[in-house]
Ligand binder design. Structure first.
Ligand code: PRX
Length: 650
């Protein structure tokens, strides 16, 4: 990750062949679209929304009367599953494959859109049979099996609010989320696989919901219906096998009419405090925006494309670009359960070859891992079906971009580097392939409808500053569940509350291209997963020997960023550093999940602080990155830094 974006001048034009067939075939076409979308957003979004099925037309496209609590398509009614499923069947495409599913051990399944319809309806009717209804909150803790997409859509079908919890989160994280959302049920599976190892998900859920009185039902999908279930405990009256509960239910379920502003889902994400926030997304605007971004960013051609997004549905990428966006477009997609390096380091490329994938969307961290594993795993497979590549979740370094371009894309596939967030619901900055020439490491230009700018603290446009979104867009978050004040103070805290503040730094270059420079708050992006440093700090201080800690993000060759923890132990604390290190790591596993483990834990007697007692994280970063120290004049005790430096290296 040595190369810096600003010095990058290479420009890759879309090929004439790609452009001629693309939805947006030229730079002029993009410019016209973008200008039109900003000149009259209500007209623009109204026209796009008209391409979809509504049960009742909207009265107003955008209601700004309670800004920053914006509303879209007010008065309108729909159900997003009508657009994900029924619309395609009505158009005669029920036989089209919706999902090619590949299990980690090599089992597989194919579901057509008609199959998805029947499965979603059965699942929806089963939820109803268990007493779940419109407006109920349902947690989903499932691995990447088809039932994850099915259960998500089933909740939407009956108007229940889903809260998907990534199946790598710990029991305590489940508990926090279930309690915050007051979920009435959890949908889980007995187990799944990760690198050949069994993961007993049901048992993690049991531990997670043990102290959650709101949970009435636990619905369990059996990973291998034809075999013995994975080892599990059972609580009679609360727990139900899905296949038993679904016996005899109907495969038709009318879609519940939903107001455009009815909540579709909650998804928890990290912020700069110790408590994850429940991001709220509603029905109409999210539907319209994920539909259009999927169509244009991926240039989707449902008749011929095989699309594969390698994210997990547990993150926003999987919500918007596995479940809702691609399915609204009626495209065929691949869904894979397991690790990229199981059983071999070529598993992804084997899958691309097997299903003749045409569009491949992954994270820079995965690309860097592939680079490290070696080109031979790629070159032994036929990847000629690919026509478009994408990245998401973190900045991509130009070196990884070039490798992706050459090795995976054979120098012919455009790469869409999509910048967006859980909060934005869909792509915000991205090249539109066929129209926008790309530069390695730049997310390039705003999507139609998006008014993005790089601003200084005063709100003036500048070259290097903070990213701002200056107009509302349909899939913007509607708030933080249960905490409207935090919504305002987090996202509308700058520029007099006029513009959305995403928390990222950015540069705008001479071509008006955007380069994301990373978070400007205390959020670290580890392998594309957001982790608040305060979350780890609040875990550490629960340890009896810990007095205080400071966690920072540092550059990491594969993960993009890694976490480093500086920990002050209490005077006279019992134990030694090795024991504490093991105990603290185990606490992170238990309270958050293994993916949040720090790379390094440094124990010390003190931390660099200002005279008023504030930890100077900037200096900690200088120490970790072995840089000359910045301004130290405000430091209370300058000698702390030298001893920390020695400790860090040791
Ligand atoms: O810092 C940005 C980074 O990921 C953050 C959003 O994280 P999350 O809500 O988990 O969503 C990830 C998937 C959309 C952003 O604030 N980020 C995301 N995409 C990019 C990126 N940074 C640089 N380039 C990107 N393409």
């Amino acid at each position: 990750m040595s190369d810096t974006p600003v010095a990058e001048n290479r420009l890759f034009e879309p090929t004439a062949d790609f452009a001629s067939k693309a939805h947006v075939p030229s730079l002029e076409a993009y410019k016209e679209l973008h200008a039109r979308s900003l000149a009259d957003p209500e007209k623009f979004w109204g026209e796009i929304a008209s391409e979809l099925t509504w049960l009742k037309p909207w009265d107003k496209v955008l209601d700004e009367s309670e800004a920053p609590f914006y509303k879209w398509f007010t008065g309108g009614q729909t159900n997003i599953t009508l657009n994900c499923i029924d619309r395609h069947i009505q158009a005669g495409n029920g036989d089209r494959v919706a999902i090619y599913w590949e299990g980690e051990p090599g089992d597989s399944k194919v579901l057509t859109y008609q199959d998805v319809h029947d499965e979603v309806c059965r699942f929806a009717n089963t939820l109803k049979k268990l007493g779940l209804d419109k407006g109920d909150s349902i947690a989903i803790y499932l691995p990447m099996i088809p039932e994850l997409a099915i259960a998500t859509l089933a909740c939407a079908r009956i108007g229940a609010v889903h809260s998907v919890i990534f199946a790598g989160f710990s029991a305590e994280s489940i508990k926090d989320r279930v309690l915050d959302a007051s979920s009435k049920a959890v949908i889980t599976a007995d187990g799944t696989y990760r690198r050949g190892k069994e993961l007993l998900l049901k048992n993690i859920v049991d531990e997670g919901v043990a102290d959650c009185p709101c949970i009435e039902k636990v619905l369990v999908v059996q990973r291998h219906p034809e075999k013995e279930p994975f080892a599990h405990d059972w609580k009679e009256g609360r727990d139900f096998w899905y296949h038993e509960a679904a016996e005899g239910v109907d495969s038709v379920c009318e879609a519940e009419p939903m107001d455009a502003e009815d909540m579709l889902f909650l998804l928890y994400t990290s912020g700069s405090t110790g408590k994850p926030k429940g991001i709220m997304h509603t029905t109409g605007g999210y539907m319209v925006y994920t539909y259009l971004t999927s169509k244009l960013t991926f240039d989707l051609k449902p008749e011929s494309d095989v699309y594969w997004c390698t994210a997990d549905v547990g993150w926003i990428t999987g919500h918007s670009y596995i479940v809702y966006g691609p399915m609204q477009n009626g495209v065929t997609q691949v869904m894979y359960e397991g690790a990229p390096n199981w059983p071999g380091e070529d598993r992804f490329w084997e899958i691309v070859e097997k299903y003749k994938v045409t569009i491949f969307y992954t994270a820079p961290t995965a690309i860097r891992a592939f680079m490290k594993w070696g080109d031979q795993h790629v070159t032994k497979h036929d990847l000629s079906s690919l026509r478009l590549l994408g990245t998401v979740g973190e900045p991509i370094n130009p070196e990884a971009w070039m490798w992706y371009h050459k090795l995976i894309g054979s120098e012919k596939c455009p790469i869409v580097d999509t910048w967006w967030q859980t909060e934005t619901g869909g792509h915000m900055l991205t090249p539109i392939p066929g129209a926008i020439a790309t530069k390695p490491g730049s997310a390039t230009v705003p999507f139609p409808g998006i008014d993005a700018a790089v601003l200084d603290e005063e709100g003036n446009e500048c070259e290097r500053g903070i990213l701002a979104i200056r107009k509302p867009w349909p899939s913007m978050l509607r708030g933080i569940y249960g905490d409207p004040e935090r919504y305002k103070s987090t996202y509308w805290c700058k520029w007099g509350g006029k513009y959305y503040f995403p928390g990222d730094g950015a540069i705008k270059d001479e071509h008006d291209y955007f380069w994301i420079t990373g978070r400007v708050d205390d959020v670290v992006n580890v392998s594309g997963h957001r982790i608040g440093t305060a979350e780890l700090e609040s875990v550490f201080v629960e340890h009896p020997s810990v007095a205080e800690s400071a966690v920072i993000g540092v550059p990491h060759e594969i993960k993009g960023q890694g976490l480093v923890a500086f920990v002050i132990t209490r005077t006279g604390a019992e134990g030694d550093e090795d024991t504490w290190r093991k105990e603290l790591t185990a606490m992170v596993d238990k309270k958050i999940g293994k993916f949040a483990r720090p790379e390094k834990i440094v124990f010390s007697n003190d931390l660099p602080k200002t005279r008023s007692g504030k930890i100077m994280r900037r200096l900690l970063r200088d120490i970790a990155e072995d840089r000359p120290l910045g301004n130290v004049t405000t430091l209370a005790d300058p000698s702390v830094v030298d001893s920390l430096k020695a400790k860090y290296k040791g």
